[in-house]
Structures are given as structure tokens and as C-alpha cells.
Ligand binder design. Structure first.
Ligand code: KG4
Ligand code: ZN
Length: 347
């Protein structure tokens, strides 16, 4: 059973083919970084246009890795949201067209649920062991930062979330202030390795363990104030120190609250998800706290953390196995997860 997944919610156009065991047969990601970099952030209209240019070659690339191509595909899964509506429409319309042409079912998938289930993908070397249910999921990306209780692939409850900026957004804004360009997360990660994380004293907003919610806007302001007072770090050592301090302030808060949620809910398993889960500091901090508190920490390979379509295909398998499918005529995008407000999301 092969599912073709299509992702176009933000600034990556992606397509992948995944089998019913989670094996990734193909995984093509086309990034729009160069399109948005001059603006220091994602421009929705440009994102939609870039998806339109990339979607056909990306889908072709994903199908080329499968003998018989589209004829071998049993179903199509596409991201419905949350995300940029103009961008989502490109993937959704492509999914509808291919499902109609191939005569196979179509399922719409929630991008956040797909991130949380990406740990089940099988890519080969570097795969995390598969967690058993229930587990706590820390999802930290450019647009979202939240902690979930994942009781089963289809029972996902929101425990806490950011009240302002997302963790990835905070990395990116800090990087902009430090003159590192966009997106800054991976650069800060690299530079932080040689820095002293105690060099710049930064606040830990909402560090109060009792609240599962985050707030990162105060941290951003503190970094801006530091740059105002001391200027942009002038040498490599000072830049490394600033990056290490920023990174530690973000990842310490994320890891602390996630491990704390495991304790409060009596769930000794934590899964990291989303682009920020690629961060080496976060991975190390979560593992360190996990060992201390008896929580097993599951860290998917980086290709499964950052935006990709293999996770969409896998979340599609989950919905199909549940007997779900969507009416292509009615499938529409959403900017925010409609079920999230009620504390639940579904794959
Ligand atoms: O999940 P993702 O690929 O896209 C969204 O759904 O948002 O996450 C992108 C975000 C960006 O803010 C980027 O700076 C951040 O993840 N990111 C990182 C790292 N790699 C990507 N942040 C910190 N360290 C990294 N290694
Ligand atoms: Zn994402």
C-alpha cells in the first residue's frame, strides 16, 4: 500500500511516497529559501507562486523513484492546514487532480499532527526507535510551539502552547538582530557549538513550571536591547557566545516544560518534532533532562523534523487505516487547525 504525500503549507514544496510500514520510498523537498531571504521572512504571495512553479517537478521526482509511478499509488494525502491558504491551495488542487486522474482516494492531513507522527517514519540509518502510546510531543517549528499528549495516532490533545512567538520564529528574529540572515535557526545552532551559553544573561519568560505555556517575545526584546547596548558581536568568539546564550535560553525553556509535562501526566516518553527539533542544543538538553527524570526521549532524524511530505503521507496512512477519506469536491484548506481550539487535533 503506497501513499503519495503532498506538502505546500509554508515555504517548502514537497512530495513523498511512503508504504504502510512507514518506509520512505522517496522524499523530495524544494525549499524557497532564496525567494524569501531578501525579505527576512516568508512573503505569502511569493510562496504561493513558487509552489505553483515547483509542484509538478517535485511530484514527478517523488513518483520517479517508484516503479510504475502514479499507477503504483493507492491513495493521495495532502496538507489541509494550518498554513498559508494560497500556498495550501496549490498542494490541495494538485492532490485532487492526481487522485481524480489515478482513480484513488484522497485524504486531507493536519500539518501539526503529521509533525507529531513523523517519528514513525522509517528512513534507515539514524531512525529513532518507535515510541509506544501514549507519549508527550514537543512540537517546535517556525510557526508553532506547543506540547501535546498523543494517546493514539488519532487522539492528540493540546497541553500548552506559546502565547506569542514560536520558538523557530524566535531563533529567526534573534538571528536577524545579530545580522545572521534568514532563517537563522541552523546558523545559530552551528555557531553556538563553540560559544559560552552563560556569556549573555537572558530572561526565561514563563519559566514557571506549573504553566505548560510558553512566551518568547520578552526574550526577543532582551536580545534587541543587548544588541542596542553592545552592538552586533564583532568577532567570531563574541558571536558564538551570543548564539550559545540565545540558543540555551530557548531550548532550556522548551526542554524543561516538555519534561515537566511528562511528569505531570505520568507519561515517561517524549517525542521531539518540528524544525527546531533539528537543534543540537535542544536534542542534548532534552536527553539530559530525560535521563535525570526517567523519561525516554525520541528524536527523529533531521529530515523527519523539518517540513517534508513523508510525514504527510504517513499521517494519510493513519487516516486511511481509520477508514477516513475526503470528498475531493469539498476538501478545503484552513489557516489554523479548527480542532486545536477544542484542545484536540486529528491526523
Ligand atoms: O518545521 P519547519 O521546517 O517549518 C515550519 O513548519 O515552520 O521549521 C522551520 C523553523 C525555522 O524557524 C528554522 O529557523 C528552525 O525551524 N530551525 C532550527 C534549526 N533548523 C531549523 N532552529 C534551531 N536549530 C536548528 N538546527
Ligand atoms: Zn512544519
Amino acid at each position: 500500500m503506497l501513499v503519495l504525500g503532498i506538502e505546500s503549507s509554508c515555504d517548502e514544496t514537497a512530495a513523498a511516497v511512503v508504504d504502510e510500514h512507514g518506509h520512505v520510498l522517496s522524499d523530495v523537498v524544494s525549499s524557497q529559501l532564496a525567494v524569501h531571504a531578501p525579505y527576512g521572512g516568508i512573503v505569502p504571495e511569493l510562496a504561493a507562486r513558487a509552489h505553483l512553479e515547483s509542484i509538478v517537478p517535485v511530484v514527478r521526482g517523488a513518483l520517479a523513484a517508484v516503479p510504475d509511478g502514479l499507477r503504483a499509488i493507492d491513495a493521495i494525502a495532502v496538507t489541509r492546514g494550518p498554513g498559508l491558504v494560497g500556498a495550501l491551495l496549490v498542494g490541495i488542487e494538485t492532490g485532487k487532480t492526481l487522485a481524480w486522474a489515478a482513480g484513488v482516494p484522497l485524504v486531507g492531513v493536519d500539518h501539526l499532527a503529521a509533525h507529531l507522527l513523523a517519528v514513525f517514519l522509517r528512513r534507515g540509518e539514524g531512525d529513532a526507535p518507535r515510541p509506544t502510546f501514549p507519549f508527550v510531543g514537543l512540537l517546535a517549528s517556525g510557526g508553532h510551539t506547543a506540547i501535546y499528549e498523543v494517546r493514539s495516532p488519532t487522539e492528540i490533545t493540546l497541553l500548552g502552547q506559546t502565547r506569542d512567538d514560536a520558538a523557530g520564529e524566535t531563533f529567526d528574529k534573534a538571528g536577524k538582530l545579530l545580522g545572521l540572515g534568514y532563517p537563522a535557526g541552523p546558523k545559530i545552532d552551528r555557531l553556538a557549538q563553540h560559544g559560552n551559553r552563560r556569556a549573555v544573561v537572558l530572561p526565561r519568560p514563563m519559566a514557571n513550571r506549573r504553566s505548560p505555556d510558553f512566551s518568547f517575545s520578552g526574550l526577543k526584546t532582551a536580545i534587541a536591547r543587548h544588541v542596542e547596548q553592545h552592538g552586533v558581536p564583532e568577532n567570531d568568539a563574541a558571536m558564538a557566545d551570543a548564539c550559545a546564550s540565545v540558543q540555551h535560553a530557548i531550548v532550556e525553556t522548551l526542554a524543561d516544560k516538555a519534561i515537566d509535562a511528562c511528569g505531570r501526566h505520568g507519561i515517561p516518553r517524549l517525542v521531539l518534532a518540528g524544525g527546531v527539533a533539528a537543534n543540537r542544543g535542544l536534542r542534548a538538553r532534552a536527553r539530559e533532562l530525560g535521563e535525570k527524570h526517567g523519561v525516554e526521549v525520541f528524536v527523529p532524524p533531521i529530515a523527519s523534523c523539518t517540513d517534508n511530505a513523508a510525514m504527510i503521507a504517513w499521517a494519510g496512512h493513519v487516516r486511511l487505516a481509520h477508514g477516513d477519506r475526503d470528498d475531493p469536491a469539498a476538501l478545503a484548506p484552513y489557516a489554523k487547525s479548527p480542532d486545536l481550539k477544542r484542545g484536540k487535533i486529528r491526523a
